[in-house]
Design a protein around this ligand. Structure first.
Ligand code: ADP
Length: 396
C-alpha cells in the first residue's frame, strides 16, 4: 500500500526551518495549516495514508512513532522535532537528543504527559493543588485508599496509555474494586493510580505557549464538557468563572510550564471546585480544548506551538470576540459527511466548519465547528445544531 503513495515535496523556502511532527492525526493536519501560513515547513511522520494529516498532503514520511529507525530517519534534516501525541517511547526520544536533534518538548518534560503517576508526583512536588492520589497494586490497597478519604466513590486510572476516558473508572464499591483490579491486566510499566473523586462544579482548561527562551503566551481559561470521557464542547472564556479562579488556573499553567520545562503548547485540564482549582491532566501539544483558537483567537494554538518550538516570538493569545464556542463533530451512523456539511454551511454562513478528512466511525472525532460572537446562548445553539446535523443525530 505505502509504496504506491506518491508524495511530492517542494522543500522549504531558503532560510526557513523545517519542523518535524511525529504523528499524523488531526493535530498534525491543523498544524499544517498554521505552518503554511507562517511560511515554515512541516514534515509529518504518519503511519498510514488514511491518517488525517496524510490526507492533507504536504511533506509526509511514512513510519511508526514507536519504530526507532523510522523516527531517526524522519528526524534527519528537521530543525526541531515535535509531536501530535505523547506516545513516542522515551528511549526513542532520548536517542534523538543524543544524536543532537532538538526535541521540543524534551523527553523529560514529555514524560509528565505520558505517565499520570509521574505527572501527579511532579504536580504535588511543585505545590500545585490536585486530587488526593496514591499508587495501588491490589483491591485491598484501593479500599484502604477510599476509606482514608471517607469511603467510595474513588477514581481508578491506568498510569499510561489511556485517552478520551479509556483507562478511567469511577469505582463505587469494594466489589467493583475487586472486579476491576482482578480483570484488567496492566501492560509493562503501567501502574494503577487511585484518585479522590472530585465533585467538580465544571471542568476547565488553561493553555500556555512557552518558548525555549522562556517567553510565554497565556490563553483565556476555557470551560470543557466531556461526554463519556470525550471532550464535546469548549466555551472560551469560561462563562461565570470568577477572576480569582481564572487567574489561579492561568498561574497553575504558567507554574507547571516553568517547573516542568515545557516547550510548545501546554494544556492543563483542571477541575473547578468552590475551594479552588485542581489539576487533572496535562498535555504538551496542541489540545482539543484549544481548537477554538483557530477562529476565535488572534493566534491559534497550532501557530503558537510552531512559533514556540522554533523559538520565534509568540503571537497574541487574545480572543477575537466576547465568546467562542467549539463543538466536536463525532462520527455517527452515516459515513457521508459531505451532504450534511453543505446544508450546515448554507444555513449558517457565520459558522466555521473544520473536518479532518477521517473515515467516519461512531464516536470518533471527525471534525469540529466554531461560532464566535456576542450572544453565548445563540452561539451554543448554532454550534450544537451544526455538529449534530453533520453527525446525523438530527436531520433538520
Ligand atoms: P484521559 O487521559 O483519558 O482524558 P482523564 O484523567 O482526563 O483521562 O479523565 C477523563 C475524565 O474523567 C475527566 O475529564 C473527568 O470528567 C473524569 N475524571 C477524571 N479524574 C477524576 C476525578 N479525580 N474526579 C472526578 N472525575 C474525574
Amino acid at each position: 500500500m505505502l509504496d504506491r503513495v506518491l508524495v511530492v515535496t517542494a522543500g522549504p523556502a531558503p532560510g526557513f526551518p523545517v519542523v518535524g511532527m511525529i504523528g499524523g492525526g488531526q493535530l498534525a493536519r491543523m498544524s499544517q495549516e498554521a505552518a503554511l501560513a507562517l511560511g515554515v515547513s512541516l514534515r509529518v511522520l504518519a503511519a498510514s495514508p488514511d491518517e488525517s494529516a496524510a490526507r492533507a498532503g504536504g511533506d509526509l514520511r511514512w513510519g511508526r512513532h514507536d519504530d526507532p529507525d523510522a523516527v531517526a530517519a524522519f528526524a534527519q534534516g528537521c530543525d526541531v522535532v515535535t509531536f501530535d501525541h505523547e506516545h513516542v517511547p522515551g528511549p526513542i526520544l532520548a536517542a534523538l537528543v543524543g544524536a543532537g536533534i532538538a526535541v521540543r518538548p524534551g523527553p523529560s518534560a514529555l514524560a509528565h504527559a505520558q505517565d499520570k503517576v509521574h505527572m501527579r508526583a511532579a504536580v504535588s512536588a511543585a505545590g500545585v493543588p490536585c486530587p488526593a492520589w496514591a499508587v495501588v497494586a491490589t483491591a485491598a490497597e484501593l479500599v484502604a485508599f477510599a476509606e482514608g478519604l471517607g469511603g467510595f466513590p474513588v477514581v481508578l486510572k491506568v498510569s499510561r496509555g489511556g485517552y478520551d476516558g479509556r483507562g478511567v473508572w469511577v469505582v463505587d464499591s469494594v466489589a467493583q474494586a475487586e472486579a476491576l483490579l482482578g480483570e484488567v491486566a496492566l501492560g509493562p510499566g503501567v501502574q494503577w493510580l487511585a484518585e479522590q473523586y472530585v465533585p467538580f462544579t465544571r471542568e476547565l482548561a488553561a493553555q500556555v505557549a512557552r518558548s525555549p527562551s522562556g517567553q510565554v503566551a497565556v490563553y483565556p481559561v476555557v470551560r470543557t464538557v466531556q461526554t463519556d470521557g470525550i471532550c464535546t464542547e469548549v466555551v472560551a472564556p469560561c462563562p461565570g468563572l470568577s477572576d480569582e479562579h481564572a487567574l489561579a488556573a492561568q498561574q497553575v499553567a504558567l507554574r507547571l510550564a516553568e517547573a516542568l520545562d515545557v516547550v510548545g503548547m501546554l494544556a492543563v485540564e483542571l477541575f473547578d471546585t468552590p475551594e479552588g482549582v485542581l489539576v487533572n491532566e496535562l498535555a504538551m501539544r496542541p489540545h482539543n480544548s484549544g481548537h477554538w483558537t483557530i477562529d476565535g483567537a488572534v493566534t491559534s494554538q497550532f501557530e503558537n506551538h510552531l512559533r514556540a518550538v522554533l523559538d520565534l516570538p509568540l503571537g497574541s493569545p487574545m480572543a477575537r470576540a466576547p465568546h467562542t464556542v467549539m463543538v466536536n463533530v463525532l462520527g455517527g451512523e452515516h459515513p457521508d459527511l459531505y451532504a450534511a456539511y453543505k446544508h450546515v454551511m448554507a444555513r449558517d454562513p457565520g459558522l466555521k466548519v473544520h473536518l479532518y478528512g477521517k473515515d467516519v466511525r461512531p464516536g470518533r472525532k471527525v471534525g469540529h465547528v466554531t461560532a464566535y460572537g456576542e450572544d453565548l446562548d445563540a452561539l451554543l445553539a448554532r454550534a450544537h445544531h451544526a455538529a449534530d446535523y453533520i453527525s446525523g443525530v438530527i436531520d433538520e
